[in-house]
Design a protein around this ligand. Structure first.
Ligand code: SAM
Ligand code: SF4
Length: 487
């Protein structure tokens, strides 16, 4: 590693921005306690499980002991009750809407050496690339021309993609305009944790949700897969990354676990502890969404296929169900890492956001190819946005491209309050209908348009008379050519 890189690394971590969050020098993750709670909850009583399900249905967050009991619930009938409740909860809070987005990989340079990741610094098979402004613009244009309105931009951790570069790329993403009305209206990020001082400029350019995946909360495993001495090897710096976002004024934050690194039961419980700590400190505002991707093969990355903790499809469904019940009001993201068949099953367990038309090679949207040498790992669901939308609509899920909430300041505590009262869908359903119709008219194939328009009509029929009249008036405007209308 060059001296310049070493110097840059030394400058990233601000020790005080770890220490200030600890209580008596301890973090909120106590490995022994989590295992004790999991082990104590074996063979749960049927009545207790039913009570827990009722609590989730009241949109109340579960306690770790309750989540541990659900993890151990193997009774087929009760497990089915849990799965049914997962969907009821999702529809109670979010309605039948499903938000769609696309990932955009901006730079694959990385100083870290995460054992499971294709981008790790030692992997010489990767073609390293950082998009310049023109290249990024072409990527955004390609995405906008497919109909995307929301992105998640992803970066390796490296001086070439420091916070100033990230700020510039966010500004570029928002600045691209295509005719008739195509533009990206919301940019979330998945990137390394930063200090509060470096987060603030990102807040100023309209950053959306900030995702930082802890990958695994288990200290020993974390140290094994993130070599000591690397930036990401600093467990506590990463653990409090989202706390620092909140303190920098970025109030939509999103943790995640990478399933397959360690025992899923531990990591799912630990993500609940993360949620609780954020909520306790920030006036009830915890994660906006939860992520739980499974480890996928990556170029010249043997670990990604040999981990002893790989999660089976059945276990994956259980993780999703348990998380849905444990934190009933959070969004839940299911990515295109999963194959179509798995996505079809898991959609019914309370998923709120999915990506389609995804390509995770740096620079690959404009080129229109899948280039394994530029990718972090391999994707399994490569359906286009049009195909994905058609599938969602045929399942009775209303695809939403809505970004109004963010632009009207409905983030952080505002959002959490309505989510916890189960009222997100009341506000968001009209916007979902408007943005979906906009997509159907501007970008959809004839086949998708037909399925979509039928669904929109059905949804409008289900609305209260006042709301029905209002939405019909707004839809007329969309048909007349007006765009970006929201309530
Ligand atoms: N480099 C930043 C970091 O690590 O925080 C940004 C995130 S990284 C580009 C995006 C996420 O991809 C990681 O947090 C990790 O959970 C996930 N990931 C890495 N390797 C993976 C693999 N082989 N299969 C599936 N997901 C993987
Ligand atoms: Fe770098 Fe992130 Fe990959 Fe780790 S997971 S090697 S930090 S890109």
């Amino acid at each position: 590693m060059e001296n310049k890189e070493k110097k840059w690394i030394d400058d990233v971590v601000v020790q005080d921005e770890i220490d200030r969050y600890k209580i008596d020098g301890k973090s909120f993750i106590d490995d022994d306690l989590i295992w004790e709670q999991i082990n104590k909850a074996k063979n749960p009583d049927k009545k207790y499980i039913k009570e827990i399900i009722q609590k989730s249905l009241r949109i109340e967050r579960l306690d770790p002991e309750e989540m541990a009991a659900l993890i151990h619930c193997d009774d087929p009938e009760l497990y089915q009750e849990m799965r049914d409740a997962a969907l009821v909860i999702k529809e109670k809070v979010y309605g039948r809407r499903c938000v769609t987005f696309a990932p955009l990989y901006v730079s694959n340079y990385c100083v870290n050496n995460c054992e499971y990741c294709g981008y790790r610094t030692d992997n010489t098979s990767i073609d390293r690339k950082r998009l310049n402004k023109e290249e990024l613009t072409r990527e955004i244009e390609a995405l906008v021309d497919e109909g995307h309105k929301r992105l998640i931009m992803v970066y390796g951790e490296h001086p070439a993609s420091d916070y100033e570069y990230i700020k510039d790329t966010l500004e570029t993403a928002y600045s691209v305009k295509r005719k008739p009305s195509g533009e990206i209206r919301r940019v979330n990020v998945n990137m390394a944790p930063l200090s509060i001082e470096r987060l603030k400029p990102l807040q100023e350019v309209g950053i959306g949700t900030y995702q930082i995946f802890m990958e695994t909360y288990h200290h020993e495993t974390y140290a094994k897969v993130h070599p000591v001495g690397t930036l990401k090897g600093n467990y506590d710096w990463r653990l409090y990354g989202l706390h620092r976002c909140m303190d920098a004024g970025i109030d939509d934050v999103a943790p995640g676990i990478l399933l397959g690194l360690y025992d899923w039961r531990f990591d799912a419980m630990a993500m609940l502890y993360h949620t609780i700590d954020l909520e306790n400190r920030y006036d009830g505002v915890g994660p906006h969404t939860l992520s739980f991707p499974r480890l996928e093969p990556a170029l010249d990355t043997p670990f990604a296929e040999q981990s002893p903790y790989m999660v089976s499809d059945e276990e994956f469904e259980k993780v999703v169900t348990v998380l849905r019940l444990a934190v009933p009001y959070c969004g839940m993201i299911l990515t295109a890492r999963e194959p179509q068949e798995v996505r079809e099953k898991v959609l019914k367990l309370g998923i709120t956001q999915l990506d389609f038309g995804s390509n995770i090679g740096v620079g690959s949207y404009a080129k229109g190819n899948f280039d394994p040498t530029r990718q972090q790992f391999m994707l399994n669901d490569t359906r286009s946005l049009d195909e994905g939308i058609r599938w969602l609509a045929s399942e009775g899920k209303l695809p939403s491209f809505c970004t109004a909430g963010y632009r009207c300041g409905r983030t952080g505590s505002y959002f959490m309050n309505i989510a916890k009262k189960g009222k997100v869908h009341q506000m968001c359903m009209p916007n979902a209908i408007l943005t979906f119709t906009e997509y159907l008219l501007d970008y959809a194939s004839e086949e998708t348009k037909e399925v979509g328009i039928k669904l929109v009509k059905k949804e409008i029929e289900l609305m209260e008379p006042g709301a029905k009249k209002a939405i019909k008036g707004l839809l007329d405007k969309i048909y007349e050519g007006e765009r970006d209308i929201y309530v």
